[in-house]
Each structure stands twice: as structure tokens, then as C-alpha cells.
Design a protein around this ligand. Structure first.
Ligand code: FSO
Ligand code: SF4
Length: 543
């Protein structure tokens, strides 16, 4: 296997024996084939006659699900992934009957996928990254991977919107176009870069679509005090990003006496009026995703993983974990729909928390609607000099110790700077007491990484208010990345022309020196510096 799609990749170069995430070579090979088959299906779907709109939409749905299933820490179950692969390939083959006769098809659209697991895994190994590096070179392969990861992130966000019945034909069309482009090995660096930039445009549309889906379904987030610890009573913990799962679970538990807690990226659920109206949405438990193996042991009730990030469960709590939707781990209980009765049963049988715990609180819910509602006050605070600068410190959290930088830069920023945060990277700054500027807290939690659109909206609105462009605003972006959704957000920002983004804790392994030169020349992307102090000095000097 060779996988280097996430930040924790082995030695910063690639997982080759087994994933640092514990992904096995078997799962890696099947996931590579899911990408290969999705590219073939996309090619076929693009060539269908105009009348086949429904088939194209179904093809896009299957591609979205396949891509999301291969995002880091989503699905580790070879049986489930293989079944999804065969379903996708069968659909691809059925669609081929509808093609005009003279259409020439690439290998990804014609390859027979073995029904024998061992042979299938060997097939996967021959269509993975390493084989393309040999035939296409590292730069073209690196750009194909950048495009693929951007689309994986897009697929995750598009899937969340689709669950709420929101689809955008532009997003579906781009995903088919971008995946089909992977079958064209004649594309050179420039041609692939153009597709990557279109991926950025489609990523922005996907983030806007998801914002519309979430806010139309659950209301605009409002600033909400969240208790960051448990209270006495039976308990269920919900992790991941799927707000509809959360809503259904809250509805089904409302007369049971069970308290529902958020974990990791589910924290922003507290800000949504349609979720917060349930008094038994009791608080938040734990920190970011990578702490789950310690934190879940001590949670006295069932745990629902709605999306990434799932880590290898420890035996002490594996029997209490329920996976939903595309999430999978061999042997864990999977819930095929939103009937949470098994979870409720498990909660009632569990001990629950035996006493209230004193805890600090955190204010969630500073979505674009709330921040822009106070836009006049913010603009006048900037004009008066009370607010000198905005800094977005957010993205993903992860295991590496270098991530302390993100805490440091927020903590050491001048007191007249406002810190925006989002994504699970927020847990690096949520413990800080940064105080207020006037009535405005200095730390504004804008939500999940899924809510990156909020930060973009605020930046664009400020640029409009000051009749300038985003790059001329007193705004710095310091992004932490871990997996492929962060690539989608980064490409959306590049599409909007945002320059000077600082990225860390390390640069992606799939970025070759030539690709880095292009990113630096065109977008002034920089790795985070040796220390937060140095970078703050640099930002101040550039003002
Ligand atoms: Fe982060 Fe990833 Fe959203 Fe996680 S992008 S690492 S728990 O999936 O979620 O901010
Ligand atoms: Fe390694 Fe990350 Fe790939 Fe897992 S997802 S195999 S940790 S690069």
C-alpha cells in the first residue's frame, strides 16, 4: 500500500505497511479501487445522453458516498467497502448500455473487478498511487491526488447536505467532471491545475450548499453557553458531524430521562435553535477526535459515531459504540437508519454519571448570521482602532506535538485581535480565556470544519464594508490540517484568491517540490514558522 492522504502519514512521507490510522493494506487496496471505479463511473455518466438526468444524479450519489467512505477515519470495514465497490461497478456497467455506440471508454470504465477478495486486493495494488508515480511521474500523480482529496472533502460536505435533501447540480457535475479527469492520463501539470482550481470553485459552492442545508433545517446558530462536562444521569455521547442524526436522537430520547452529550466536532450542535430546544442536550464531553481512545473508556453509556473521525476502538468500550451511515469498523454495531432504539436501550442499561461534575463553559454558535448581525459594531470597532486584526486559527486537530503552535499563536496574539476558530482545531484554543473587546468575545467559535463557509462569508462582508478585497483586510489565516476536508476548504480559499495562508503543522506529503513552488508563486502559501512568536512578528511587520 501507499497512502499519504492525511497529515499523520508515516514518517511524513507515506503509510506503506499499515496506516498510522490502522488502515490495513486490504482496506487501502479496496479504497483505491473505489476511487478508480468512481472515476470510470463518472466518465460513463458524463457521456450519457442528456435525457439520462436521473442516472447521472444517481451516479453522482454513488461517487459521493464512495469518496466520503475513503476519507481518513471513516470506514475500516473491508466487507462493507467491497460491497459498495461492487454496487458502484454494477451500476457503471448497467449505464454503459445507454451510451452511444461510438464512445471510447478508459480502463476505469471497462475493468472487470474480481469477485475473489485476494485477487481484488492485488488489482487494487496495481491501480494505486505508487504505480501511477512510476508511469505518470510524481508531479502529475501529486496533482491527481490533490484533486482527489479536494473531491473527497467536497463529497463529505455534499453528503451532509444531501442527507438534508439539498443537492446542487453544479456540485454533482463537477464531481463527475473532476473524477472523469482522473482517467485522462494525457493531462499535463497545467491542465490538471486548471481542474484543481475548478475543484476550488465547486468546493466553495459545496460549502455554501451545506450552510444553506444546515441553517434551513436547524436555524441559524446563536451564541450558546455549553457546559463542557457531564451531569448526573443516564447518558449518550454523539460524535461526528451529522446534525440530522443528532436531531433524530434528541427527538427519540426526549421522554426517557437520558441526557445527550456532544463529542469532538458535534460541539457546534448546541448553537442550532432546532437542536438546542431539547433541554436534554446536556453538554459537551471530551476534546477533539484523537482523544477518544482515552475519553470513551470513561463515558458511562453508548457512543454514536455519525461520521469521521473513528479510531480503532478499545475492547473496554467497543461494545458500546454504534456507527452510522458511511462509518464502519468490523464488529461494531452499525445502525442502518435513524432508529436509535438500540442506543436508547444501551443507555438505560448503563450506569450513567453518578454525580454532577463542575465544569467550565464554552460559547458556541458564532455563525456568519450572528457575526454579521453585529457587523456595524464590528466595522465601527475596527474604524476606532479597538479591533486591529482578525486571525482565523482553525481547521483540524491531530496528534502531533507541533500543534501546540496553534494554542500559542492565539494566546500570544495582541489583545486587540479577534480570533476566529472552527473545526476540531478549535480544541487547541477553547481552554483559553481571551476576554472581550467591548461586548464582543475575542474568541469566536464559528462551528465545525463544515461551517468554514461562515468564516468566508464574514471575510467577504468585511471586505465589502471596507470597499477592498480579502487580501487587503486586517485578516490572517492560520490553518491546521489533518485530513481531506481541509484540502477542500483550502482549495475553496484559493479559488477566492486568498493569499498568504499559513498551513501546518507540516505541509502535505503529496505536495511535491514543484507543486509547492506553484502554490507559493501563485498564492504565497507558507508553512507555519518555527514558533508562534516569530509568525506573529511577521504578521505585525506586514501590516
Ligand atoms: Fe477536522 Fe477532519 Fe472537522 Fe475531524 S476536518 S479532523 S473530527 O474530520 O472534523 O475539523
Ligand atoms: Fe496513513 Fe493517513 Fe492514509 Fe491512514 S489515511 S493510511 S494514516 S496516510
Amino acid at each position: 500500500m501507499l497512502c499519504f492522504q492525511c497529515e499523520q502519514t508515516h514518517s511524513g512521507t507515506g503509510c506503506v505497511i499499515r496506516g498510522v490510522c490502522t488502515k490495513t493494506p486490504e482496506v487501502a487496496a479496496i479504497q483505491d479501487l473505489m476511487i478508480f471505479a468512481s472515476a470510470g463511473l463518472s466518465y460513463v455518466a458524463k457521456k450519457l445522453p442528456d435525457s439520462c438526468e436521473a442516472e447521472r444524479k444517481e451516479a453522482a450519489s454513488l461517487v459521493i458516498q464512495a469518496l466520503f467512505s475513503t476519507v481518513t477515519n471513516v470506514n475500516f470495514d473491508a466487507d462493507v467497502l467491497t460491497k459498495a465497490l461492487y454496487h458502484l461497478v454494477d451500476f457503471r456497467d448497467a449505464l454503459k448500455a445507454k451510451l452511444p455506440e461510438d464512445v471510447e471508454l478508459p480502463l476505469a470504465a471497462t475493468l472487470d473487478f474480481s469477485r475473489d477478495r485476494e485477487t481484488l486486493v492485488k488489482q487494487g495494488e496495481s491501480y494505486g498511487i505508487a504505480s501511477r508515480q512510476k508511469t505518470l511521474g510524481i508531479d502529475v500523480t501529486g496533482l491527481q491526488e490533490l484533486l482527489t482529496y479536494g473531491m473527497k472533502g467536497m463529497a463529505a460536505y455534499a453528503h451532509h447536505a444531501a442527507v438534508l435533501d439539498y443537492r446542487d447540480p453544479d456540485v454533482d457535475n463537477f464531481l463527475l467532471e473532476g473524477m472523469a479527469a482522473l482517467t485522462d492520463h494525457s493531462l499535463d501539470i497545467q491542465a490538471l491545475l486548471a481542474v484543481v482550481m475548478r475543484c476550488g470553485e465547486a468546493s466553495y459552492k459545496t460549502l455554501a450548499l451545506l450552510d444553506k442545508a444546515n441553517t434551513s433545517s436547524f436555524g441559524h446558530p446563536v451564541p450558546t453557553n455549553v457546559k463542557m462536562g457531564p451531569s448526573k444521569g443516564k447518558a449518550i455521547l454523539v460524535s461526528g458531524h451529522d446534525l440530522l442524526d443528532m436531531k433524530e436522537l434528541l427527538e427519540q430520547t426526549k421522554d426517557t430521562g437520558i441526557k445527550v452529550y456532544t463529542h469532538g466536532e458535534m460541539l457546534p450542535a448546541h448553537g442550532y435553535p432546532e437542536l438546542n430546544k431539547y433541554p436534554h442536550l446536556a453538554g459537551h464531553y471530551g476534546g477533539a477526535w484523537m482523544l477518544q481512545r482515552q475519553e470513551f473508556i470513561n463515558f458511562p453509556g453508548p457512543i454514536v459515531m455519525t461520521t469521521n473521525c473513528l479510531m480503532e476502538p478499545r475492547k473496554e468500550y467497543a461494545g458500546r459504540v454504534f456507527t452510522r451511515d458511511l462509518v464502519g469498523w468490523p464488529g461494531l454495531t452499525h445502525l442502518p437508519d435513524r432508529d436509535f432504539s438500540k442506543v436508547i436501550e444501551a443507555a438505560l442499561e448503563s450506569e450513567g454519571f453518578t454525580e454532577d461534575q463542575e465544569s467550565r463553559s464554552h460559547i458556541a454558535g458564532f455563525g456568519h448570521h450572528t457575526v454579521l448581525d453585529s457587523a456595524d459594531a464590528v466595522v465601527s470597532a475596527i474604524k476606532k482602532g479597538d479591533i486591529k486584526h482578525f486571525m482565523l486559527v482553525g481547521g483540524c486537530d491531530g496528534i502531533k506535538s507541533g500543534r501546540h503552535y496553534f494554542t500559542d499563536i492565539a494566546e500570544k496574539a495582541p489583545k486587540d485581535w479577534v480570533i476566529l476558530t472552527l473545526g476540531c482545531g478549535k480544541f487547541r484554543v477553547t481552554d483559553l480565556d481571551l476576554g472581550k473587546i467591548g461586548d464582543l468575545p475575542r474568541l469566536l467559535d464559528m462551528g465545525q470544519c463544515n461551517d468554514s463557509y461562515s468564516a468566508i462569508r464574514v471575510a467577504l462582508a468585511l471586505a465589502e464594508a471596507f470597499d477592498t478585497d480579502v487580501n487587503s483586510l486586517p485578516l490572517s489565516l492560520v490553518l491546521s490540517w489533518y485530513e481531506q476536508k481541509a484540502v477542500c476548504v483550502l482549495l475553496a480559499l484559493l479559488h477566492l484568491g486568498v493569499k498568504g495562508i499559513r498551513l501546518g503543522p507540516t505541509l502535505p506529503a503529496f505536495i511535491t517540490p514543484n507543486m509547492l513552488k506553484i502554490l507559493v508563486d501563485n498564492f504565497d502559501i507558507k508553512p507555519i514558522g518555527n514558533s508562534a512568536e516569530e509568525d506573529l512578528q511577521e504578521i505585525l511587520a506586514a501590516k
